[in-house]
Design a protein around this ligand. Structure first.
Ligand code: KIV
Ligand code: ZN
Length: 522
């Protein structure tokens, strides 16, 4: 270890994070997240689990080919075929790591793996050795380590180190550990395992009891020097340790921990927004660091204090994490230059042509909405930048009628990519349902709406509504998102974007990456 005060930030948003229900991403989306993680300056990107699906393999390979700077890591069980596949996907990476895992706790040994302790040790050693044939940098994780008998954990870890592991990760797979107890595991390993000083110890915590960040910090106090985490804490069940929280805890309380990271904290908020937009997983309002209310002072006494001196009620500045302190920004008369400056302050560095598209959308919005807030700008940029796929269907106009005692109906007009226009009408349970039904009739794509949400993007009566819709079609899940000052239009656009994705995949003859596909377990 060169700098003993440096904490390696190992981001697993694209692997463990992507395992959150409804959070899977397509190849382009994964690449976009990987670029943002590189810009955030994480040390390691766990890009996926290549044996799990062809989509995972392709994503790891594409990230390995494009992303320079961080180490690119791929996950594998302690099985020959998994490790070979991980190595193949990582081949183009300049800096690579294979991460092998095998469960060690009694409950996993007995009921999941049906393996004896001796077999576990042998498989772990063989897994590490095989990974070592492909690359020097090998991480080993005894899955469910936090519930593993300490003696046995020491034995497996010692053998994995002898076999060549360079990082030993201690997963609290089910989020069961308490901070003091989790810290004790690291202390015990450091006291009892031969060769432990040669490896980096790593924390990997799940948030089932809301302790993932606290447990990771406890591990750092006991000598861990890598934290595995995800943006916004997304992940299996209640999620993983939130990257932004652990990083800011180390920064704000440097006096206490004396540890540093390489993270560019000004990119935390834009990265959080990007992941939330791409996955469709909203960040709760009161979430630390990146939640909408994280820096909002409502109580008069707090507002007074902050105005008198910011540090009375704020332990960090919104600017430190890439948020602006003043919220009201632009209006109808603001120019292209002002827009560019503001977007750069918000962490978006756009090319000229991207800026032109955003500026056009901004002018259209400014005609409908007097005050344009940062959140409006973010929604605009995200809408424009993620709108890269060719559209098969474009919404031209619609009309809905609804009210008490009448049957909700919608009439919709759309244009197909070849220029032909189609009109149709339908009834529904409400005006949005009626629009959806009409769009399905026109496009001939039957789809099951699994989730539909509308939320306000900013403030005021003229605030934009953001609609997100999740739809199932032939066993696959698709997600769409759109914003408008008219919530029915936002719903229609979000739904049409899903129908466009389905049409696009059908036309390309490709299998969209399924959100219902499950990753095989050992
Ligand atoms: O939670 C867990 O145990 C994991 C391992 C694969 C590291 O994600
Ligand atoms: Zn995990």
């Amino acid at each position: 270890m060169s700098d003993n005060r440096h904490v390696i930030i190992f981001d697993t948003t694209l692997r463990d994070g992507e395992q959150s229900p409804g959070a899977s991403m397509n190849l382009q989306e994964k690449l976009e997240v990987a670029r943002a993680l590189r810009d955030l300056r994480v040390d390691v990107i766990e890009a996926g689990f290549p044996i799990a699906s062809p989509g995972d393999f392709e994503a790891v390979e594409a990230i390995a080919r494009e992303i320079e700077g961080p180490i690119i890591c791929a996950l594998a069980r302690c099985r020959r075929e998994d490790i070979d596949r991980a190595a193949e996907a990582l081949r183009p990476a300049a800096r690579k790591r294979i991460h092998v895992f095998l469960a060690t706790s009694a409950i996993h040994r007995e009921f999941k793996l049906r393996m004896t302790k001796e077999e576990i040790v042998r498989w772990a050693v063989e897994g590490v050795r095989r990974a070592k044939d492909y690359c020097e940098d090998v991480e080993f994780s005894p899955e469910d380590a936090a519930r593993t008998e300490l003696d046995f954990l020491c034995e497996v870890v010692e053998k994995a180190i002898e076999a060549g592991a360079t990082t030993i990760n201690i997963p609290d797979t089910v989020g069961y550990a308490m901070p003091q107890q989790y810290g004790q595991i690291f202390r015990h390993l450091r006291q009892h395992v031969r060769g432990i000083e040669r490896v980096v110890l790593s924390a990997h915590c799940h948030d089932d009891l809301g302790l993932a960040v606290a447990n990771s910090l406890a591990a750092l106090l006991e000598g861990a020097r890598q934290v595995e985490c995800t943006i916004n804490g997304i992940g299996e069940r209640a999620g993983n340790c939130a990257l932004e929280e652990v990083v800011m805890a180390l920064k704000v309380r440097h006096d206490f921990f004396g540890l540093t990271t390489h993270i560019d904290t000004k990119r935390l908020y834009p990265t959080s927004r990007l992941v939330s937009t791409i996955t469709g997983l909203h960040v709760q309002r009161n979430k630390a660091i990146v939640g909408q209310n994280a820096f909002a002072h409502e109580a008069g006494i707090h507002q007074h204090g902050v105005l008198a001196h910011q540090a009375t009620y704020e332990i960090m500045r919104p600017e430190d994490v890439g948020r602006s302190s003043s919220d009201l920004v632009l209006g109808k008369h603001s120019g292209r230059h002002a827009l560019r400056v503001r977007l750069e302050q918000l962490g978006y560095h756009l090319s000229d042509s991207q800026l032109d598209r955003v500026f056009e959308a901004f002018k259209r919005l400014a005609d409908k909405k007097k005050d344009i807030f940062d959140a409006d700008l973010q929604a605009l940029v995200e809408g424009v930048l993620h709108d890269g796929r060719p559209e098969m269907w474009k919404l031209l106009s619609f009309h809905t009628s609804a009210g008490l005692g009448i049957i909700p109906t919608a009439a919709v007009c759309v244009q197909r990519a070849d220029g032909q226009q189609f009109r149709d009408a339908a009834c529904g349970d409400g005006p949005i349902d009626a629009v959806f039904r009409t769009l399905m009739r026109i496009t001939g794509i039957p789809a099951q709406v699994r989730d539909f949400q509308i939320r306000s993007v900013s403030q005021g009566q003229d605030a934009q509504g953001e609609a997100t819709v999740e739809v199932e079609h032939q066993g696959r899940l698709y997600r769409g998102r759109a914003t408008s000052t008219d919530i029915i239009e936002a719903g229609a656009l979000a739904f049409l974007s899903v129908l466009n994705q389905i049409a696009w995949w059908q036309q390309a003859g490709c299998a969209a990456q399924s959100r219902t596909e499950s990753i095989p377990q050992p």
